[in-house]
Design a binder for this molecule. Structure first.
Ligand SMILES: Nc1ncnc2c1ncn2[C@@H]1O[C@H](COP(=O)(O)OP(=O)(O)OP(=O)(O)O)[C@@H](O)[C@H]1O
Length: 937
């Protein structure tokens, strides 16, 4: 980049006299000496002076002393010079500088009417230097178009009353601001042109918009400073070098004194502002000429705009227009003085070839264009996003199996409110209903216990004097309980109906939801609510069972104390009677029966009860084990009859659709075969349409009948830990089972081997031979059947016990044999029958094979029993001697005989009876059989 310090080129143009001036016979105060020199206020010319053909004399009417100031400028044009001459001398080199990449400026200065506008714009016959310059500019652009690419934009501003206005577009005043690149007119948009014709059109447009008013000095006086700028951006096609230059052409307002225009009002104000800006311009010129650093450009908008032209990177030409007339003597003199001062101003010019040094106007233009493009793209992006969103929604709707899952918050809240209301009603009804049922059950239980106590009270009394009174109290208490039960029947019925109503509402709501567009979501909510109801019911049930269990436990403690005290008294009385020899047969039989009852009860043990023996005697009522509590509750015969779960008006389920997990968790341990027992469940899953079945499932249902079969669950003893007590369920045949006769002996026989774990002695060989004659084979013929305990009629000749099959699980050791013998004795087996059986057994090889399993070693007499299935296990051992058993039995029998003989009470002791006579009644025999696990076919 080349830099060059140059002075402002100052040219003075003297216009011809105009008509007005000539009419005033003015003196010529300008004498052009040569192309660069003139004399201001020369002496009166000796030459004759003619005006309109008349010789005039003494034209100097002021008669002042002539200044005869010779002034030198860069160019001086006399009154014969044309605009083209000005252009050729001043502007053509400037155009060349512009094309070389220099900023250039030309401004015309002078008093009003001095010919500034004429010089700058000219007229149709004499175009001004603006047109000529632009024309030349396009000519050169065209000539360089093969090497460069040009962009041309123009702006046309005026500064009127210190306001910057755009003459090409109607807009408000523009503001000036300065940045690192100089003074910038904010909001100014360049007009792009492609030829000189377009330029003239825009120039004419701007001139029409320019503020002009007639003055005394000029009929078309321009009252503003006009600034016409041509912005050129050129790019070297070969090198890509860019240049951005600016050519400024400024037509200043008249620099005359305000008084000279004789303006008043607005015109005077205009003149004042014009003078203000021109004064600022003059100050800037003076200071620039003096070489001062601080130049007061900011004193006016005019000097701010001309800052580059006066003192910046710019080649500047100043054309001072003057009138030759002595009428404008002072204005001309001032103009010449300004011009002389301006001659001293030096500017530093450089080529604007820095590619980045793009004119600000171009940047503004470009930014505006890019802003518009950005807005357009934003709108397009928004449109595309909207289209994409719609397509995604359509795709989601198409992919969805059902109705759209778009949730309507309001609709969802409405549904949730309805569901909450429905289930709240159901919850309330359920709580009241179960509370009433529980209370009723407790009352019934108390009644039963009081009746039992009354029975005992009638027997055990000291003197009988208070018996009636005690009985009356008990009966009164029973009556009160009965009244309470009766009183709450109305409440129970009412809550029962409310509960059923809530079920109906819930079912109706469920159907309604199924048709809803939010069915998927709402079904999930319903499932959760159903689960809550199940949990509530389970909790209430548990509380009820705990209460029942506690009451029973208290009662059991009382009975236990009674029995202990009674046993003590009985024992003492027995010894007393015997010592007094007052023990009669009846009393003895009763005592013996009592002992046997006690012994047989203890003889009934369960196979897997080994580790539970102590636990059974010490039930933890505070335990949370629902099964334990439930089993205790099952033993109650006064269970409250709750409404069938799952029942609704159409007989469908109570809480159909609710997951059965919770409900099934509440089910009691069901017998394995499930054939005889009544399902006692507390299930909310009323999946059966049969109301009877639902009723049968009621956990509070009073058992109809207690079967002889005792069911228990086999549990592993591995580890020897304390295991939970296996559930014991009373198995009551259902109505249906009874109706269909499913409780047949065959079925019972088929299942008993799996459940009864009672002491048995199996005399395998003997029974095989015996049963071949007396007992028909089971149709199934499986292993279990072979080990069945078969009891035939008395017609067998050896009594019921003769057909009994006992299974003793023992190893070869004396303890087991002893236990076996004890069992035989305590089982009240007829000795003759037993003898017969054992003899047969011993006759066969003299030895009897007894199956023993490891698990039952070292067990108490009560649990020597083992499942019959173990008899044929491969792990069984044969190790016991029949003869030792027989001998042991005979020894015990002999001991009994000796005792009766030596005691002298043989007459009192009853002789062993035949098998059929071992029991006082059928009920005793049945009880014995039941306890011994004997099933009668
Ligand atoms: N060199 C010239 N040759 C012929 N006529 C001229 C010349 N200069 C000026 N005139 C005429 O003088 C009159 C006034 O000129 P012009 O309007 O250019 O003055 P001005 O300086 O622009 O005044 P103002 O500042 O009031 O606008 C015009 O009618 C114009 O035609």
């Amino acid at each position: 980049m080349s830099t060059d310090s140059r002075k402002i080129r100052v040219a003075v143009r003297v216009r011809p006299f105009n008509e007005r001036e000539l009419e005033g016979n003015p003196r010529n105060i300008i004498k052009v000496l040569d192309k660069s020199t003139l004399m201001f206020d020369p002496d009166e010319d000796e030459d004759e002076f003619f005006f309109h053909g008349v010789k005039l004399t003494h034209r100097d009417i002021t008669k002042r002393v002539k200044k005869k100031l010779t002034m030198e400028y860069d160019d001086v044009f006399d009154n014969t010079a044309t605009n083209n001459d000005i252009f050729e001398v001043c502007m053509k080199p400037l155009v060349q500088s512009v094309m070389n990449g220099y900023n250039c400026s030309v401004f015309v200065y002078g008093a009003t009417g001095a010919g500034k506008t004429h010089t700058m714009l000219g007229n149709e016959t004499c175009p001004g230097i603006t047109f000529l310059t632009v024309k030349e500019l396009f000519r050169q652009i065209e000539s360089l178009s093969e090497m460069r690419k040009f962009d041309i934009g123009i702006s046309y501003l005026e500064v009127y009353n210190e306001l910057v206005m755009n003459l090409l577009t109607k807009s408000g005043p523009l503001k000036l601001r300065e940045d690192s690149h100089g003074v910038v007119v904010s909001g100014l948009v360049l007009k792009q042109i492609h030829n000189a014709t377009e330029l003239l059109e825009l120039l004419a447009l701007g001139n029409r918009n320019r503020t002009q008013h007639p003055t005394d000095a000029n009929a078309e006086s321009s009252r503003s400073h006009a600034i016409f700028q041509v912005h050129i951006r050129m790019v070297e096609k070969k090198t890509g070098q860019k240049r951005a230059v600016k050519l400024s052409m400024i037509d200043l307002a008249g620099s005359e004194r305000a008084a000279s225009t004789k303006g008043v009002g607005i015109r005077f104000k205009e003149g004042a502002n014009i003078n203000k800006s021109l004064l600022a311009l003059g100050n800037c010129i003076n200071k620039l000429a003096d070489g001062l650093k601080h130049i007061p450009y900011r004193d006016s908008n005019l000097t701010r705009i001309l800052k580059d032209s006066l003192g910046g990177n710019c080649q500047t030409v100043m054309i001072a227009n003057i009138s030759p007339s002595s009428l404008t003597y002072d204005d001309t003199y001032n103009t010449l003085k300004y011009a002389s001062r301006a001659k001293k101003i030096r500017t530093t010019v450089r080529q604007n070839i820095v590619p980045s040094n793009v004119p600000k106007e171009f940047l503004v233009k470009k930014v505006n264009e890019q802003a518009e493009e950005l807005e357009r793209l934003k709108a397009k992006v928004a449109d595309l996003e909207e289209q994409l969103r719609k397509k995604e929604q359509e795709a989601a709707a198409a992919a969805a199996p059902g109705p759209s899952l778009a949730l309507n918050a309001t609709l969802l809240n409405t549904w949730v409110s309805r569901i909450d209301s429905c289930y709240a009603s159901m919850r309330q009804a359920l709580q009241h209903l179960i509370a009433l049922k529980s209370k009723e059950k407790l009352l019934n239980m108390r009644v039963k216990l009081k009746e039992q106590a009354e029975t005992i009270a009638r027997i055990v009394t000291l003197d009988g004097s208070h018996l009636n009174e005690d009985i009356a109290k008990m009966e009164a208490s029973v009556d009160r309980c009965g009244k309470q039960v009766a009183n709450q029947q109305a409440d129970k019925t009412r809550w029962q109906e409310r509960f059923r109503q809530s079920l109906r509402s819930r079912n109706a709501l469920r159907k309604e939801i199924a048709q809803s567009e939010l069915a998927t979501v709402l079904k999930g909510i319903l499932t959760g609510k159903d689960a809550e109801i199940e949990a509530l019911q389970a909790t209430l049930y548990k509380e009820h069972v705990l209460q029942m269990s506690f009451t029973y436990a208290q009662e059991n403690k009382l009975w236990h104390n009674i029995m202990v005290l009674s046993g003590d008294i009985i024992q003492q009385n027995y010894l007393l009677l015997r010592s007094m020899d007052r023990l009669d047969n009846v009393t003895y039989d009763k005592l013996k029966r009592l002992v046997k009852l006690n012994q047989r009860q203890r003889g009934v043990t369960f196979f897997d009860d080994d580790c539970q023996q102590q636990d059974r005697n010490d039930i933890d009522l505070s335990s949370n084990s629902l099964d334990d509590i439930a089993n205790l509750s099952d033993c109650s015969e006064d269970a409250v009859d709750f409404p069938p779960d799952g029942e609704d008006e159409d007989g469908s389920t109570m809480l159909s659709g609710v997951g059965g997990a919770a409900g099934s968790a509440l089910k009691r341990a069901k017998p394995n075969d499930g054939s005889e027992s009544e399902p006692e469940t507390c299930s909310l899953q009323g999946d059966s349409a049969n109301e009877d079945t639902a009723t049968d499932r009621n956990i509070f249902k009073k058992p109809k009948m207690v079967s002889r079969t005792m069911s228990f669950k086999t549990t592993s003893l591995a580890g020897g830990g304390i295991l939970s007590r296996p559930p014991i369920s009373r198995r009551t045949p259902t109505k249906q089972a009874k109706a269909t006769g499913k409780t047949t002996a065959t079925t019972t026989t088929a299942t008993i081997s799996h459940r009864l774990k009672v002491p048995r002695l199996v005399v395998s060989q003997a029974m095989d031979s015996l049963s071949k004659k007396k007992v028909p084979q089971s149709p199934s013929g499986d292993i279990a059947d072979k080990n069945k305990l078969n009891v035939s009629d008395d017609s067998s000749g050896i009594g019921s016990i003769a057909n009994s099959t006992f299974d003793i699980c023992s190893n070869k050791d004396s303890e087991t044999e002893s236990l076996f013998s004890n069992v035989l004795v305590e089982s009240n087996v007829d000795p003759q029958v037993l003898d017969k059986v054992l003899r047969r057994a011993s006759m066969k090889g003299g030895k009897m094979t007894l199956s023993v399993s490891k698990e039952n070693r070292k067990k108490s007499p009560k649990r020597i029993g083992k499942s019959p299935r173990t008899v044929n296990r491969s792990t069984s051992r044969t190790n016991s001697s029949a003869s030792s058993v027989i001998n042991r039995y005979r020894m015990m029998k002999a001991k009994d005989g000796q005792a009766s003989t030596s005691g002298g009470t043989s007459a009192a002791l009853p002789k062993p009876r035949a098998a059929n006579n071992n029991f006082d009644s059928d009920s005793d025999r049945n009880r014995h059989n039941r306890l011994m696990g004997i099933v009668k076919k």
